[in-house]
Write a protein that binds this ligand. Structure first.
Ligand code: NAD
Ligand code: SER
Length: 317
């Protein structure tokens, strides 16, 4: 029987991934942990939750050993926008957390390890359209540098110690259940909330900033499919490119206007514009599709319908 540990389970991805993994493995076999208080949706689910700081090597090692953990998902990280405000701190958290957990997985012979990378691993010299799996990388944000370095460490632990590590370069993720944690793509969530609340949104990116994006439902399903795939199908032990769609703020505003005709948007680009401008505009994920059968389901119009309906209920509007 597999026993799963999720570190950073209270974040945008962690809440939904915990709930989805509990459906597959059983509630009591998925331990959610975070330095934050338990998220209300996890509390409601009534599964195991523990306070755990990933920087505390001894405590993480103790939990993995005492709970006989067989799979670890490491989601704790400092995202792109927050990372640029405190680069050395962000580097420390993003790298030390990964090194701690890789070592603990090795020492405890953990069967599988998941750690997400990002489109932020790419930089301004990377081809912007249909960015290939293998290409010029050269990230320029501290977050992106930590993602690319992390991918290399993951491959190192796979090659040197045989740790079954799997990873995805997520695009910007759009969701409504748990709030995003300080990324450059967060505008694509805020826009729906403000459209419903005020019918007006001031975007921190310029109108034609194209970025790769994905709905959380697809990202969660893709993550679990990657982790369930037979090991021989996982030919990439750094991180797979993963893609669904790309759009600009102007285009998402037009999609919202189909449902809220008097919605207006204006633009006040800030420091996050430079981060976005260093990233790809669209991603070639043909290796993920060929190796383990990745397929996305949600496009921008389907996301818009789902986001507006669910946020309307959640915000009681
Ligand atoms: P998030 O910021 O929403 O969640 C991170 C969680 O980690 C938070 O609940 C936070 O409290 C917790 N955490 C922070 N420091 C910790 C520590 N020392 N010990 C334990 N927990 C700690 O982030 P997310 O959006 O859920 O992202 C999860 C992972 O996915 C990250 O590695 C991120 O880089 C990656 N990713 C996210 C996106 C996205 O669009 N959300 C895109 C690409 C990659
Ligand atoms: N969504 C993330 C961010 O904007 C990308 O990894 O930081």
């Amino acid at each position: 029987m597999d026993k799963i540990l999720i570190i950073g389970a209270g974040g945008q991805i962690g809440v939904e991934l915990t709930l989805a993994l509990r459906q597959v493995y059983g509630r009591n076999n998925v331990i959610a942990t975070d330095i934050r208080e338990e998220h209300p949706l996890l509390k409601e689910d009534n599964g195991p939750f523990r306070h755990l700081d990933v920087m505390d090597f001894k405590e993480v090692a103790k939990m993995v050993a005492q709970e006989n953990i067989t799979q670890v998902y490491l989601l704790a990280a400092i995202l792109s926008a927050t990372g640029e405000s405190k680069p050395v701190w962000a580097w420390d958290i993003n790298m030390q957390s990964l090194l701690n957990v890789l070592e603990i997985c090795r020492e405890n012979k953990v069967k599988k390890f998941y750690w997400p990378s990002s489109i932020a691993a790419f930089g301004p010299n990377t081809p912007k359209q249909d960015t290939p799996q293998h290409t010029i990388i050269e990230p320029v944000t501290v977050y992106g540098i930590s993602k690319y370095a992390g991918e290399l460490w993951c491959r190192y632990y796979f090659q040197r110690y045989g740790l079954d590590i799997r990873s995805l370069r997520y695009p910007g993720l759009i969701s409504w259940k748990s709030a995003p944690g300080g990324g450059t793509t967060d505008y694509a969530i805020d826009i729906y909330i403000e459209a419903l609340k005020k019918k007006q949104f001031t975007c921190f990116l310029s109108e034609d900033t194209y970025l790769p994006m994905m709905y959380m439902n697809d990202a969660i399903r893709g993550t679990i499919e990657l982790m369930e795939a037979p090991a021989e199908q996982i030919k990439n032990r750094m991180a797979y490119n993963l893609s669904a769609m790309s759009f600009s703020p102007k285009e998402i505003a037009a999609a919202i206007r189909k449902h809220i005709p008097d919605f207006t948007i204006d633009y006040a680009p800030d420091y996050r514009q430079q981060i976005a401008a260093s990233w790809p505009q669209s991603i070639d994920d043909s290796e993920a599709r060929a190796d383990w059968g990745w397929q996305h389901e949600f496009d921008m119009d389907k996301i818009t319908i789902d986001m507006l309906a669910n946020l309307k209920k959640k915000l009681a509007l």
